[in-house]
Ligand binder design. Structure first.
Ligand code: UQ1
Length: 454
């Protein structure tokens, strides 16, 4: 570890000494001197991941003007970049999954070196990354933002149920499964609908109930759901969550619990889905050995999620397998030249694209000051946001920071309460955010509620 710190300090010192406008860093010559174990190619910054975080961060770094062509590399095996915040709307029949995807390559500035490849392993002790192709690339600074993995296999019988086109089991969480969701909502005429949320970290913790509220509204408008008379309502709805409450932030949780009761949705708290078998769903109860089995006619599932293997098995990980970083600076707690944000990081906040808008400028500012031999200077306050569809045409706009403390953009600006679902927030979610994301955020020119960059 101390060796790593020394070599990193040495690298930084050299790059500062040669100046930022020099296109060929000293490192490349160094690489050819030790051919057997050395990387085939070196970059000043390697960014692992071409998602919301990877694109924002690599383009913000590039726009600093401190890098020449190919000094920053982006690594991602994907062919497509998805606007995942829109998938709830696909589930609700409001958008198509095709309109929310873009070829990843088309979003990457040609001045960045793009490795369209996976990562086999990370070697922070010698500042290198091994790619799936077998190539090894070196770096001065590493940004680990590959996102989170969806573990469909964590629920027994789920992969088979999702793959069966005739089953009433679906999930908004995957490109391959999101298309099925609205079909099952339209098909259900009567019976029990169950919407699940697992215990443990997932991306967009509000989405499991966003799709439920849309489905409820759809059935209500179709005359199939009557909250005022559960025994006569053709469809009954249950929300089965591994968590003890409707939402992690008390202010919004209170409002959502009120809606749940008002709309006669059964709350199955601390019910963690473990198996799907035919029309039966089995849940584990928190803190007890007992299992609960429920019959369903429609099941919307959110699988468990976790860090990618190459992150979990690396020296960068905490006990849970996420990249262990300082909550404020986003710097690795183990290696000073490693950074992380977003879903793959240990940052104790909700995993959303909105969080990235606040994390990216902090990470970038701190990385740049480290390249100049100074320490991190910016602090992330935990900002994240969850525009929660509560019906067609209305959204509750949760915005908060560390500690579950509300930090409301429009609350502060206009003096309104964002816990009250509003039509303006619905258009913000459906139209404004996808537009600003594609046009500005992934290009590194939008920092969320803080506005445009440069
Ligand atoms: C946001 O910045 C963002 O990133 C693009 C989201 O992801 C889709 C969001 O959902 C939200 C709410 C924000 C925050 C932006 C504003 C204007 C409140």
């Amino acid at each position: 570890m101390s060796l790593q710190m020394m070599s990193h300090a040495a690298l930084t010192a050299r790059s500062v000494a040669v100046g930022s406008s020099v296109a060929v860093p000293v490192l490349r010559g160094f690489a050819t001197a030790v051919p057997v174990t050395s990387p085939s190619r070196n970059h000043r910054v390697v960014v692992i991941g071409g998602g919301a975080a990877g694109l924002s961060i690599s383009h913000q770094l590039l726009r600093s003007g401190k890098f020449s062509n190919d000094e920053i590399a982006v690594v991602d095996p994907a062919a497509w970049h998805h606007y995942q915040p829109g998938w709830t709307l696909v589930g609700g029949g409001l958008k198509t999954r095709e309109e929310l995807r873009m070829p990843l390559k088309s979003l990457i500035d040609p001045k960045l070196k793009f490795y369209n490849d996976g990562v086999a392993s990370l070697s922070p002790e010698d500042n290198s990354v091994s790619l799936s192709s077998g190539d090894k690339i070196g770096y001065e600074h590493l940004v680990v933002v590959p996102g989170i993995n969806i573990n469909y296999g964590s629920i027994k019988g789920l992969p088979e149920a999702l793959a069966d086109p005739d089953s009433m089991v679906s999930s908004i969480y995957g490109y391959d499964t999101v298309e099925k969701v609205f079909g099952t909502i339209k098909k259900l005429q009567q019976g029990d609908a169950i919407f699940t949320q697992p215990s443990g970290a997932i991306k967009c913790a509000g989405a499991p109930q966003k799709i439920m509220w849309l489905a409820l509204d759809y059935w209500k408008k179709a005359g199939l759901y009557d909250a005022g008379n559960s025994s006569r309502s053709p469809i009954n709805i249950a929300y089965a969550t591994g968590l003890p409450t409707m939402f992690g932030v008390p202010k919004y949780s209170a409002k959502l619990e009120e809606l749940r009761k008002e709309r006669a949705v059964e709350g199955l708290f601390q019910h963690d889905l473990v198996a799907v078998d035919g029309n039966k769903a089995t849940f584990a109860r928190a803190g007890g050995p007992e299992l609960v089995t429920r019959k369903f006619d429609l099941l919307h599932v959110v699988p468990k999620m976790g860090p990618h293997d190459f992150v979990k098995s690396s020296k960068l990980a905490n006990d849970a397998g996420f990249v262990d970083v300082n909550d404020g600076t986003t710097q690795s707690t183990k290696y000073q030249n490693v950074w992380s944000a977003g879903d793959a990081s240990s940052l104790p906040t909700s995993k959303t694209a909105a969080a990235i808008t606040a994390q990216a400028p902090v990470l970038v500012g701190n990385l740049l000051s480290s390249l100049e031999g100074k320490g991190p200077k910016l602090e992330y306050d935990g900002y994240t946001s969850c525009p929660l569809t509560t019906e067609y045409g209305k959204v509750l706009l949760a915005e908060f920071k560390y500690g579950g403390v509300p930090k409301e953009t429009f609350g502060n600006l206009l003096g309104i309460d964002q816990a009250i679902p509003r039509r303006a927030f619905y258009y913000l979610k459906k139209d404004f955010l996808p537009w600003v994301y594609k046009r500005y955020m992934v290009k590194g020119t939008w920092a969320g509620p803080k506005g445009w960059i440069r």
